[in-house]
Ligand binder design. Structure first.
Ligand code: DAH
Length: 339
């Protein structure tokens, strides 16, 4: 029996040498030290020994079990250390390698300008509202004092879907939709796409963007319109920005004015950027016509208001000195990366 125990220990040491992972180690443990393992099998045969022989044999068996157990523990730690160093090796990072530059995007100049404009108006307590691009003739023209066959329609060559439905030519349609639903005080802007059957060139596109503004309350005057738009221009172009209000005609405002910005390039002297005018036309505006108010159920004897329509492309081109509108739609990265 003593010989058997010795040979078990001998074999255990040899086999442990070839154990390569945790699974093999566990098999090893079960085979030598487990309940049905080799040492237990030997101990079960102790009954055959004489009472005098038993203690010595028991001690030897325990000793050998401990030897195998501590060798096993040692092996376990070795395997763990090997696995750890393997992992560290796999995770090695060469910090001397050149990094990968990540490309950071930026807003399109039209969006950047729109965001700035929205911020100015939100600061003055305006709401931002949306309107449909496929619009009824009624909202786009009729309710704005432009009945069928009104000559003012001619300047906005239009994509009709049928006789009464069209792609809106101006965001002014949203004024009517808002006034129909909401009673004064009203303070909104409405940015969005508009469509006109124009041929593409440096200053025309069949799709462009406007930002409509509408304020209706008691006691609103032309001074409020001027103050609001002057503030907007100073925020967009800087404190030195100069605007002028020029009499004009729109069927849905009375009086009406177009607003020009003094040319930044020549400061009013006239140059190629402003077509020798010294001023650049930016937007249309005016005091909302009493008939338009009345048709929307707002009493013009009690309330008054102003409205304006800004061309987003024009404002953007002025801000960034862009001389061809088409550049804004081509999505050429060489162009866009400049902003
Ligand atoms: N709708 C006009 C256009 O497309 C711009 C405009 C002029 C809007 C006067 C207004 C306004 O609200 O009062 O050219």
């Amino acid at each position: 029996m003593k010989e058997e125990l010795k040979s078990i220990e001998q074999r255990a040491r040899e086999e442990l040498g070839s154990v390569k992972d945790a699974k093999m180690l566990e098999d090893f443990r079960i085979r030598f030290l487990g309940k049905k393992g080799e040492i237990t099998a030997i101990l079960k045969q102790m009954g055959r020994l004489s009472p005098e022989e038993r203690p010595a044999m028991g001690q030897l068996a325990n000793k050998i079990r401990e030897n195998i157990d501590s060798a096993l523990t040692k092996k376990k730690e070795e395997l763990k250390a090997a696995a750890e160093s393997q992992r560290l090796k796999a995770e090695t990072l060469d910090i001397t390698l050149p990094g990968k530059a990540s490309k950071i995007g930026r807003p399109h100049p039209l969006n950047a300008t729109l965001e700035d404009i929205e911020e100015v108006f939100l600061g003055m307590g305006f709401d931002i509202v949306d309107g449909p691009e496929v619009e009824k003739d009624y909202y786009c023209f009729e309710a704005l004092n432009m009945p069928k066959h009104h000559p003012a329609r001619d300047t906005q060559d239009t994509f009709y879907i049928n006789e009464n439905v069209l792609l809106r030519t101006q965001t002014s349609s949203v004024q009517i939709r808002v006034m129909e639903k909401k009673k004064p005080p009203i303070r909104i802007i409405s940015p969005g796409r508009v469509y006109r059957s124009d041929t593409v060139d440096a200053t025309h596109s069949p799709l462009f963007h406007q930002i409509e503004g509408l304020v209706i309350d008691k006691g609103i005057t032309m001074a409020d319109l001027k103050g609001t738009l002057e503030l907007l221009m100073k925020r967009l172009y800087g404190e030195e920005a100069k605007v002028r209000f020029r009499p004009h005609h729109f069927p849905y405002t009375e009086p009406s004015a177009e607003v020009d910005l003094m040319c930044f390039n020549c400061h009013g002297k006239g140059c190629s950027m402003c077509k020798q005018e010294g001023w650049v036309e930016l937007l249309g505006s005016g005091m909302v016509h009493p008939k338009v108010l009345a048709d929307c159920g707002i009493d013009p004897e009690v309330y008054s208001g102003f409205a304006f329509g800004i061309g987003l492309e024009r404002i953007t081109m002025g801000r960034y000195s862009i001389n061809d509108m088409r550049l804004l739609y081509e999505n050429d990265m060489r162009f866009l990366e400049q902003f």
